[in-house]
Design a protein around this ligand. Structure first.
Ligand SMILES: Cc1cc2nc3c(=O)[nH]c(=O)nc-3n(C[C@H](O)[C@H](O)[C@H](O)COP(=O)(O)O)c2cc1C
Length: 336
């Protein structure tokens, strides 16, 4: 029997690592958690229709979790309510976690109703559901049916599609979800305008009126937990979700360390850690070199020679060569 960590969703206030597809995999989450541990993480988004197809095995990698990570919410999307129901049943019973080889079950099930990428909105999925409330309600009901109260069910969404639409958040709250994470922009705005924090006053009222037990989580432009604490206090909400803040400060979830205080060898050491963890996790580590180079900008910045080091790394094709390049740069550093 797999133990459920669902109680973590009730810790307040909650500091949550946002889902970022192709970025926040188990390896990056391990690195971030070692710098400062979020209360919860969301997985990358996993398509339920794919999960119920022959492609199931490859999608399962996105649902992997290492023991040192915080509890993980399975973040799912799709179009077919029947597949949502099946996925919810497998998540809630622990059978999917067992199939993947996890010792602990997921902390919750989150439904992606906020992704603005054209490829998904044009088929009516994710934020496309804002324009199709009948299907959105059917999906939530199907997940609840499959889940049968075993895991918390949440929705991550935006303020509206073309414009801020108060009736959308009211609608979601009336479905009785356990948590609502709201990215404080419309779909049309993508991430091009500042987050509309003032909307939290209205959404908090809606939450109190229509679904007082739903946890309200704010998301968008919150750089670290210190900023998050201010938002939580100002709007009296249950938590915040931080995404891109970890790109400029991997210690975004730490109350002690700031990235500015981490020197060159610390930055290189952290990237080295990421590469070593990836090497242990990936089936074919060398295939991941291009992907790993995307993280270089996060770790290898803010010191002399950072750009040149990144340029050298971009030319290698083997993961071990990346490690060698890092080590030879670190060897040349003055001993403090
Ligand atoms: C590279 C990237 C991938 C993302 N993938 C997802 C996703 O799969 N699901 C989702 O709900 N949001 C996704 N988002 C949106 C973030 O979760 C978050 O809502 C958004 O970045 C705003 O928060 P921030 O300002 O703290 O980054 C993604 C964002 C980025 C930058």
């Amino acid at each position: 029997m797999i133990a459920s960590k669902s109680s973590n969703i009730n810790t307040k206030p909650l500091f949550i690592l946002a889902p970022m597809d192709d970025v926040t995999d188990t390896v990056f989450r391990q690195v971030i958690s070692a710098c400062g541990k979020p209360d919860l993480c969301f997985s990358e988004f996993v398509n339920v229709d794919g999960l119920m197809s022959a492609g199931r095995k490859s999608l399962q990698r996105k649902l992997e979790r290492f023991e040192t990570e915080p509890p993980l919410v399975a973040h799912i999307w799709g179009l077919n309510p029947a597949n949502f129901k099946k996925a919810a049943r497998q998540l809630a019973s622990g059978s999917l976690a067992q199939e993947i080889g996890l010792s602990t079950n997921y902390a919750g099930i989150d439904l992606n109703m906020g992704c603005p990428v054209r490829a998904v909105t044009k088929i009516g999925a994710c934020s496309g559901l804002i324009k199709n409330r009948a299907l959105a309600a059917e999906i939530i009901a199907a997940v609840k049916d499959g889940n049968r109260g075993r895991l918390p069910v949440s929705v991550k969404t935006r303020l509206g599609f073309g414009e801020i639409d108060p009736s959308w958040t009211e609608f979601i709250l009336k479905q009785g979800v356990d948590m609502l994470s709201i990215h404080l922009r419309t779909v049309k705005e993508m991430s091009k305008v500042p987050a509309h924090f003032e909307e939290l006053i209205r959404i908090k009222h809606q939450r109190d009126q229509f679904s007082p037990n739903t946890l309200l989580i704010a998301n968008g432009d919150i750089g670290n937990i210190q900023q998050g604490q201010e938002i939580i206090k100002r709007y009296n909400i249950d938590g915040v979700m931080i995404g891109r803040g970890i790109f400029t400060d991997p210690f975004a979830f730490s109350s002690k360390t700031q990235w500015d205080d981490v020197g060159t060898s610390g930055r290189i050491g952290l990237f080295r850690k990421h590469l070593v963890l990836y090497k242990a996790w990936a089936e074919n580590p060398d295939k991941g070199v291009k992907r790993l180079n995307k993280y270089a900008k996060i770790y290898l910045s803010g010191f002399d020679g950072a750009k040149q080091l990144r340029e050298k790394l971009a030319l290698v094709s083997k993961l071990d060569d990346m490690l060698t390049e890092l080590d030879s740069f670190a060897t040349g550093l003055p001993v403090m």
